[in-house]
Design a protein around this ligand. Structure first.
Ligand code: FBP
Length: 551
């Protein structure tokens, strides 16, 4: 197969490792701290995770490690949405295993967690790994969103692990997949099995982070890819001076990606879902906020601009949240009945009869396309798939209406030509930035050391990420430490807490301190494309979010 010049060059890139991991392998010793507690609900969690709760934080120090060189067989799973750098986690894990003992093996389960349940896997070789080093995508083994949750699935996973003589399973995924990793670790131990389970923090959404996980991998590359595109659009907007661009950005519930892009590009308006929820802003108030920028810029003859919209916004607007919740419940409780109604008009009538008065009134005022999208299939967790809802178009429609009113009242005298964009899939499989290439390789290598040290129920953690890679601090965090109990589908479940944008955090505060100026003036910044070769200040910088959070 012919490959691009960049891909060829990236095969040769040697990812940087934290100092402690780049020396002699038999000199990486394990150091255990004190028993750790969960962030909340410790009694309930200690009860649910009888065998794996209360483990200590693990770090690595220079010292003798006799265990590290024994031959091991590990399996790896890619779970959930693609994130740049996944291939490097696998490469780091593979290289670590082989460095420990050349007889060690790494199996890749195909198509996500279902690969473990159904025992579908391949064995990695040097040739396979070398074809994927420093590349984007998850195509090396594929990913999937199957959740291992039934007793049969747990039993089948153990069966596969035994059949394949696995010492450990590494699950590369987001908050839900790592919650699953914790449950699997507990199940294996409770069954008397010695198979270890280690998680790795993945998701472009950036919402799997806490004191010990400074960033989920993929966020850096995805946010930089979108920022490049937004910067290009800003330059086009300022050149043509005739369009207002409404750009929706991926990220599911959390607005981390949108906020990072705003810090990078300084758009005229950037909506932050978490602020909308905290201030209980209605759709009308959000539209007023956008119109205020349009009207004031028009007064300066600037009939152009850029608005950033987080993917999950619609679920944070109180009246929409209520409507979506009612729709989710109705669709879950009456799925058979609803599946028989194939005509959209009849679906709307059915909903009209079953929704509360407020939600039904709102539902009927939505543009038909949006109402149709709200009735589309739910994801495996029963949630609306926010990436499919064209919130950017809904906002454009509402803004057009409001501007007409303002024009009639003599309060606006500009031209409004809107364009809608959605950036999501464009960023999930990009070549990982140097940061993500190094970080992912380090996470994979760290996972190997955790396995070789005999730990289970841990997530691979690499900290101090704003320093140069040699000063990064690798280690392991007990998965249960990041958990609390939350209501899911009507019952209390153990879950890893999702990190949403904090309104008193530095990234949001920095943005909030600047946004008034950006909304009227043209302050655009053009980050340009991710660079892989050149000076570190151009190629190796972490995101502004990470820098601000750790400044
Ligand atoms: P993960 O949470 O699994 O990492 O996926 C992130 C994400 O890219 C979201 O930003 C987006 O809403 C969703 O996946 C899209 O899902 P799909 O890949 O199924 O279209």
């Amino acid at each position: 197969m012919e490959i691009s010049a960049l891909q060829k060059a990236r095969y040769q890139y040697q990812p940087k490792l934290p100092g402690i991991l780049s020396g002699k392998i038999e000199e990486i010793a394990l150091s255990l701290g004190e028993a750790a507690k969960s962030i909340a609900d410790d009694t309930a969690l200690a009860d649910l995770f009888k065998h794996t709760y209360g483990k200590p934080i693990a770090s690595f120090v220079k010292g003798k490690n006799n265990k590290i060189s024994r031959p091991l067989t590990a399996g790896v799973i890619l779970s959930g949405g693609q994130a740049p750098g996944g291939h490097n986690v696998i490469a780091g894990l593979y290289d670590g295993l082989k460095k420990g003992n050349s007889a060690s093996k790494l199996l890749g389960f195909l198509g996500g967690p279902s690969g473990l349940v159904e025992d579908k896997c391949l064995e990695f070789t040097d040739a396979i790994i070398d074809d994927y080093r420093n590349t984007g995508g998850f195509d090396i083994i594929g990913s999937g969103r199957t959740k291992i949750e039934t007793p049969e699935q747990f039993a089948a996973s153990l069966e596969t692990a035994k059949k394949r003589n696995l010492d450990a399973v590494v699950i590369i995924g987001g908050d839900d997949s790592n919650t699953n990793a914790a449950l699997l670790a507990e199940y294996f131990t409770a069954q008397g099995s010695s198979v270890q389970v280690i998680g790795c923090p993945k998701t472009i959404d950036g919402d799997l982070k806490n004191e010990y996980i400074e960033a989920s991998f993929g966020f850096d590359t995805a946010a930089k890819t979108y920022s490049e595109l937004i910067g290009n659009i800003e330059r086009d907007a300022a050149s043509a001076r005739k369009y207002w661009h409404f750009i929706k950005l991926m990220g599911r519930s959390a607005s981390h990606i949108t906020l990072e892009c705003a810090l990078q590009c300084r758009p005229n308006v950037c909506l932050v879902s978490e602020e909308v929820e905290t201030k209980k802003l209605s759709m009308d108030q959000i539209v007023e906020q956008i119109c205020s920028s349009i009207v004031r810029r028009a007064a300066n003859k600037n009939n152009f601009g850029v608005v950033l919209v987080p993917e999950g916004l619609i679920e944070f607007v109180p009246e929409m949240k209520k409507l979506i919740k009612e729709l989710n419940d109705l669709m879950a409780d009456h799925s058979d009945e609803i599946s028989k109604i194939t005509n959209f008009i009849d679906q709307v009538y059915w909903m009209d009869r079953h929704l509360s008065i407020e939600s039904s009134t709102l539902f009927k005022t939505l543009p038909p396309e949006i109402a149709r999208q709200l009735l589309a299939d739910r994801d495996p967790h029963g949630n609306v798939q926010v990436s499919r809802i064209e919130t950017e178009r809904l906002l454009i429609g509402m803004v057009e209406k409001k501007l007409k009113e303002l024009k009639n009242a003599g309060d606006y005298n500009g031209k409004f030509s809107p364009l809608a964009h959605f950036f999501g899939y464009e960023g999930r499989c990009a070549f990982p930035s140097n940061f993500d290439a190094d970080y992912c390789y380090s996470l994979g290598f760290t996972a190997f050391v955790l396995i070789a040290s005999g730990l289970t129920g841990y997530i691979s953690s690499v900290r101090n990420l704003t320093a140069s890679a040699d000063k990064w601090i690798p280690g392991g965090i007990p998965l249960t430490m990041m958990m609390n109990m939350e209501r899911r589908h009507g019952s209390s479940k153990p879950v890893i807490k999702k990190a949403l944008v904090e309104l008193d955090g530095k990234p949001f505060k920095t943005f909030a301190g600047e946004r008034e100026k950006w909304s009227v003036e043209t302050c655009y910044h053009f980050p340009g494309a991710i660079q892989y070769y050149g000076p570190p200040e151009v190629c190796d910088q972490p995101t502004k979010t990470l820098v601000l959070e750790h400044s």
